[in-house]
Design a protein around this ligand. Structure first.
Ligand code: 5GP
Ligand code: MG
Length: 172
């Protein structure tokens, strides 16, 4: 689709893993009221695909967060959140595209806890363990990847490539 992108994880590999994750989450939350929170924009596609594999009633909310400018983390989580009142007394599952330094998810986890959530877990499409700066591990993850900048399946480079159906690495 784009000669500057090398395929890293195929559409069918993603699909198989997402089916498994959905089954695990369905089982783990079968006795609770699950509230899924999608961290926009990067996890929109992952969240949509995962939701379809969860077989219990789910409430869905979305919040918009960003920390990247181009290929670099800005180090600051921009958090143009709606207020997080909806988290009060809820079992929250935060869905993000990538757990990298950990800044984004740890910030949101803290904010959701402070908003009165009963429980907070995290689910990520990709885990870049090598870049971690903050002590946080995902409760659920689809894939581990090396330290490379990826696009596709919802993830962008300066706004583009989110609509690739697979996960790829940008060359150069
Ligand atoms: P963290 O705060 O953990 O360092 O960064 C997490 C966020 O940075 C992710 O939610 C994602 O939006 C963005 N990010 C980190 N690595 C990549 C990458 O390789 N590609 C893209 N497109 N975004 C990334
Ligand atoms: Mg993100």
């Amino acid at each position: 689709m784009d000669k500057n992108i090398t395929k890293l994880i195929t559409q069918s590999a993603i699909r198989n893993v997402v089916i498994g994750l959905g089954a695990t989450i369905t089982h783990d939350y079968r006795k609770r009221d699950l509230t899924v929170v999608c961290l926009l924009d990067g996890s929109l596609v992952f969240t949509a695909n995962l939701l379809l594999q969860i077989r219990i009633p789910v409430n869905l909310y979305s919040i918009k967060v960003s920390s990247y400018e181009g290929k670099e983390s800005s180090g600051v989580v921009k958090y143009d959140g709606r207020d997080l009142e909806f988290c009060k007394d809820k079992d929250i599952l935060l869905i993000d595209d990538i757990l990298d330094s950990g800044l984004t998810l740890s910030t949101v986890v803290n904010d959701v806890k402070n908003a009165g959530a009963v429980s907070v877990r995290t689910c990520v499409l990709l885990n870049k363990q090598i870049n971690r700066q903050i002590d946080i591990e995902p409760d659920y993850k689809a894939f581990d990847i090396e330290n490379e900048f990826v696009v596709g399946f919802g993830m962008d480079y300066n706004g583009l490539h989110r609509n690739l159906p697979y996960i790829g690495v940008l060359k150069g």
